[in-house]
Every structure is written in C-alpha cells, then in structure tokens.
Design a protein around this ligand. Structure first.
Ligand code: R5P
Length: 261
C-alpha cells in the first residue's frame, strides 16, 4: 500500500486497536433533512471528541463543520439520486478528487449498487475513484448499498458486494451486519466496517450488533442514526467506543450509556 494511503487510513482505523468508530452524517445526500440531522453542526458538535472519523458530504463539511477540527474526514463523493426519485441506485461521482484534496480528507466514500440496473455504472465509478485515489494517496471506502431493498442484507449478497468492492481496489468497505457475518469478513481481503442502519428498538440492541460485528471480524462501525437519533447521543457513542476499542460487553456499554445521561 502506498505510504499516503496507509498514513491516511491509519488516522481512521486506529493502529492501537486496529478498529474505528466512524460517525456517519452523510444521510442528507439522498434523504434530505433527516430527523435529528436538520442542523448537522449542532448534532455533531458534542460527538466529535468521540469519533475516530466523520463521514459527510462537502456541502455539509464546508457549511457546518469547524475547519479547525482534528477529526479525520471521510468525504462522500457519490450521489445523484434521491429517496423520491425513480431509482436510488443511479449514482455517480459528484465531487472531484481535487476538491477532496483541498478539503484535506482522510478518505473518500462511494456507494456501489451490485445487482441493480446501475451496477456497471457504480462499479466504473469505483474503479475511477480508486485510480484517482492512487494518484493522490487517498483511500477509498466502498459502501455496499442495497437501495430500497433492505431484504437484500444477507451474507450471500453482502459477501458478493464486499468482495467485488475489494477486487476493484477499495481500501476498506462499509456494509451491513447480517447473520453469518463472519463469511462476509473472511472473504473480503480489506477491512470491513458496518453501518448501523435504522434506529434499533433499544440501546442494548445497538451495542449487541456492534459487539457481534467486532467478534466476527469487523474493523469497526460507521454508525449514524443509532447514535444521533438517540436522546442521549453522547452516551451512545461512548458505549459504542467501549465495545469497539475496549471490547466491553454490550451490558457494560449500556452502563456507560446510562452513566452519561
Ligand atoms: C449509507 O451510505 C448512509 O449514507 C450512511 O452513511 C450509513 O447508512 C450509516 O448510517 P446509519 O448507521 O444511520 O445506517
């Protein structure tokens, strides 16, 4: 791996544990003003000290995040469809690598839609982004999107998507947690992090999901709604950190959550 890519990646996936707690706030790129993300700066401010990286778009970065922040930025560069449009999978690269360099990002992120009508288009975008990333020393995070079909979140589909992302040169991959998640990780030669998905019923459910993912080989989480849609978001991210970096049990994470109320 090139020095620049390795160095940037080590700012996200912490060498001390080999894991990461990324905070995802990029939802607006296709969902618009998501609940609790109406004012991203206000939501994210108290959480920044606990995030190993912040995932968002350039518009929100420039408008809502203090440039003096030390938190590494993972810049979402793909998009082009919305939740009310015809097909969520019709995405392409919407931000240039030059702008990513200007923004001093630690990585760029792009969704691939394997199995969709736009499979080839999104894989071509990934290939192009990896080429540009190699040129500038910037790692690429491939997000294995499922569009509106959440039912596709099984080990067979996610293994296929993660492996294809790695074959195309992604430095790391973000996917969903699923049954037999170890199969997804085992067949993917680059680090895998999990998205949280829609807010789960209880805090313990979220801590358990993070714990199971780590146990089965994940390199961490890139979590959004289960953190900032909670009434105690700082408690949530502290609990998640405890699971990911300190390998605390979900019940211990819940105690940390309750103590931070
Ligand atoms: C997916 O690509 C989205 O843009 C989010 O970054 C991702 O789903 C993680 O957020 P959440 O934990 O809310 O699912």
């Amino acid at each position: 791996m090139d020095w620049g890519i390795k160095n940037r990646l080590s700012r996200i996936i912490k060498p001390a544990t080999g894991r990461t707690v990324m905070l995802a706030v990029d939802h607006g790129y296709f969902l618009g003003p998501t609940h609790r993300l109406e004012h991203v700066g206000r939501t994210v401010g108290p959480l920044l000290d606990y995030a190993d990286a912040l995932m968002l778009t350039r518009g929100i970065l420039r408008s809502s995040i203090d440039p003096e922040t030390a938190v590494p930025i993972v810049l979402r560069v793909s998009g082009g469809s919305s939740i009310i449009g015809d097909d969520l999978s019709n995405e392409t690269i919407m931000t240039s690598m030059e702008d990513a360099v200007r923004l001093n990002v630690a990585a760029v992120a792009l969704s691939i839609f394997v199995g969709s009508d736009y499979e080839k288009q999104t894989l071509e975008s990934l290939a192009l982004l990896v080429d540009m990333g190699q040129e500038y020393g910037i790692p690429v995070l491939a997000v294995t999107a499922v569009g509106k079909e959440l039912g596709k979140r099984d080990a067979r589909f996610l293994s296929l998507s993660c492996r294809i992302a790695a074959e195309f040169g992604a430095s790391f991959v973000k996917t969903y947690y699923c049954d037999e998640f170890e199969k997804v990780v085992e067949s993917c030669p680059v680090p895998v992090v999990i998205a949280g998905g829609p807010k789960l019923e209880t805090e313990l459910d979220a801590f358990k999901m993070a714990n199971d993912a780590i146990q089965k080989g994940a390199a961490g989480v890139d979590m959004g709604r289960n953190i900032w849609q909670n009434d105690n978001p700082v408690g949530m991210i502290k609990g998640i950190r405890a699971v990911v970096h300190e390998r605390k049990q979900p019940e211990e994470a819940l105690e940390i959550f309750n103590q931070s109320k």
